[in-house]
Every structure is written in structure tokens, then in C-alpha cells.
Design a protein. Structure first.
Length: 311
């Protein structure tokens, strides 16, 4: 193992000059592929501090890109990379985490999501890693974003940012993994009120999810993910508890949703007679006749004559 480690370090040193080319290549990949490549590269930073520092520097520069996709790739890579960097890189780590914290505070929904997803594989490192002020700051920022808050009645409610992320079309990721990450960072207690709330859904709860999910499949994935996280964290200690929770979820999912009233068409809104006829089953002419007898036209005065235009 020691020999393999030294060989890998030498390989990393030999490839330092290629880091810029790699990052430029990765930045042009589709997001799914780019994330996989960066997740594979990040652990090598622990073997070669010089390689990790250079990789971090390139990613940090890429976060300033105006290209939305490249910015997302860079932030994801930073989140993956930071816990693997050596303690001697404290200055670089702090600057990288500053970029992540800015993204969490000011970024769009999908940009923030890539930061969250970047922490999936390193959640334990963020908690159990070296006593780094930078890592503590990142963990605190994540907890502020993901942790529960008390409402006016003293109960716990979950920040809606999670729902927004899960519903964003450009970041369709494995939701259970994200919820496991939240459980590890913020504690399993974060998920319990979420599951309890979503297993007793109201129309308001369903309204939080996108309108293009009429079958509640997204909601189901969220609850399934929460169940997986609760099982992994030991909150659900028996199979029967998990099965009972899933059974409740299935019953709720199959419950018919209240349909919203459709807006009347423009023609219907300006022709109440047609609307009345449609709802009563009588013909349009019959309704017109009846309406005319009940409401004779008002006298509106003499209509001025209009001269015919010369042909």
C-alpha cells in the first residue's frame, strides 16, 4: 500500500501541468458527467497537496465564470474537494469555502443545489474531519440552510429550500442521498418533523411541489428518501416501523387531489349566456329568447348617422 501511495503521488506530480486542461475539459461536460469526474479526482488531493492546491485554484477561478453550467460544476467540485485538502492549505481552503458560502447565500436554487450535492460524499469529513475553522464555517452555513426552525407554536418545520431544490428540473438527483446527507450534517431529528408533516399532507403541503407532478411522484421520492435516511441513522429501529411509514405514504399518494377550478375561457367570460346554456342543458337560442323577454334592451338614444364613404 505504501508503495502504491508513493507511485500515485509521483503520478500526481507528473500531471500537475495537465490540471488546467482537465478542468477546462470537465467544465464543458454535461453536469452529470462532470460531477462524476470531479468526485473521482477529489480524493487524490489527499495524496498530493500540490495537486489538490492547483485543482482548487482552477476551480476557484471557474466559479467566477458567467457560464451558469461551468459555475455549477466549479462549486460542486469545490464542495467535493475541500475536505480532502491538506491542513497546510488553510488559506486556499478558506477562500474556497468563502466562495461556497456566498453561493449558498446568493446563488440561484440550482447553484445552491450543486453545493449541497457536492457535500454528499464528504458529509462525514465535514463533521469528523480535522478541526478546521473553514470546515466549521461550512458546516454552520449548511446547518443554517438545512436545519429545522421553531414555528410560533414551538413545533419544528423544515426549510422549504429542500423542496425547491428537489423540484428544480435541472437538478434531478437521487433525493435519498441528499436527505441522508442532511441527516448526517444536521442530525436525524431534522428529518422526523419533515416526514411527519408530509405523511399528513394538506393541500398547502402539496402546493409546495411543482404543478407538473400531478401523481405526487416527486413527493413520494422525498418521503422515500427521508425514510432511507431515518433507517440509516437508526431512528427507525425496526422493519415494521419503516413498512408502516411507507404504507401510510402509499395511501396518501393514492388519495385523490382536489382539482383546481379551471379559468373560464375568454369567450365564456364575455358570453354569460353561452355559459348558462352549457350548464343548464338548453339551447343557446332558447336562453337568448328567455333572456330577451326578461331583460328588454335599454333605450340608448339616437344612433348618429354615418356618411357612406365614396367608393
Amino acid at each position: 500500500m505504501e508503495q502504491l501511495s508513493s507511485t500515485l503521488r509521483a503520478t500526481m506530480r507528473d500531471n500537475l501541468s495537465r490540471v488546467q486542461g482537465w478542468i477546462d475539459y470537465v467544465a464543458d461536460l454535461p453536469l452529470d458527467y462532470a460531477r462524476r469526474v470531479l468526485a473521482a479526482l477529489a480524493p487524490f488531493a489527499a495524496l498530493s497537496p500540490a495537486f489538490g492546491d492547483k485543482l482548487l485554484t482552477r476551480l476557484k477561478k471557474l466559479t467566477a465564470s458567467r457560464d451558469h453550467s461551468k459555475k455549477s460544476v466549479a462549486l460542486y467540485g469545490l464542495a467535493e474537494l475541500v475536505p480532502h485538502l491538506s491542513p497546510g492549505s488553510e488559506g486556499l481552503v478558506e477562500s474556497a469555502i468563502d466562495a461556497l458560502r456566498v453561493a449558498l447565500r446568493r446563488g440561484t436554487v440550482d447553484v445552491r443545489a450543486h453545493v449541497y450535492f457536492g457535500t454528499l460524499g464528504v458529509a462525514d469529513s465535514i463533521i469528523l474531519g480535522p478541526e478546521s475553522n473553514a470546515l466549521k464555517a461550512l458546516r454552520q452555513e449548511l446547518m443554517r440552510r438545512l436545519a429545522t426552525v421553531a414555528d410560533t407554536s414551538g413545533g419544528l418545520v423544515v426549510d422549504k429550500v429542500l423542496v425547491n431544490i428537489c423540484g428544480h428540473t435541472s437538478v434531478r438527483e437521487p433525493i435519498p442521498e441528499l436527505l441522508v446527507c442532511i441527516s448526517r450534517i444536521c442530525g436525524p431529528g431534522t428529518l422526523q418533523p419533515m416526514v411527519e408533516q408530509w405523511l399528513r399532507p394538506t393541500e398547502e403541503t402539496f402546493a409546495e411541489f411543482p404543478e407538473n407532478e400531478p401523481d405526487c411522484s416527486l413527493w413520494s421520492n422525498v418521503v422515500l428518501g427521508a425514510c432511507a435516511a431515518l433507517i440509516e441513522s437508526g431512528v427507525l429501529t425496526s422493519d415494521s416501523q419503516a413498512l408502516e411509514m411507507l404504507d401510510t405514504m402509499i395511501r396518501v399518494k393514492n388519495r385523490p387531489r382536489r382539482q383546481k377550478k379551471r379559468k373560464k375561457s375568454l369567450n365564456a367570460s364575455i358570453d354569460p349566456i353561452a355559459d348558462l346554456a352549457e350548464n343548464s342543458g338548453v339551447s343557446h337560442s332558447e336562453v337568448n329568447t328567455a333572456a330577451s323577454s326578461r331583460n328588454p334592451p335599454e333605450h340608448v338614444g339616437e344612433i348618429p348617422e354615418v356618411e357612406e364613404r365614396a367608393s
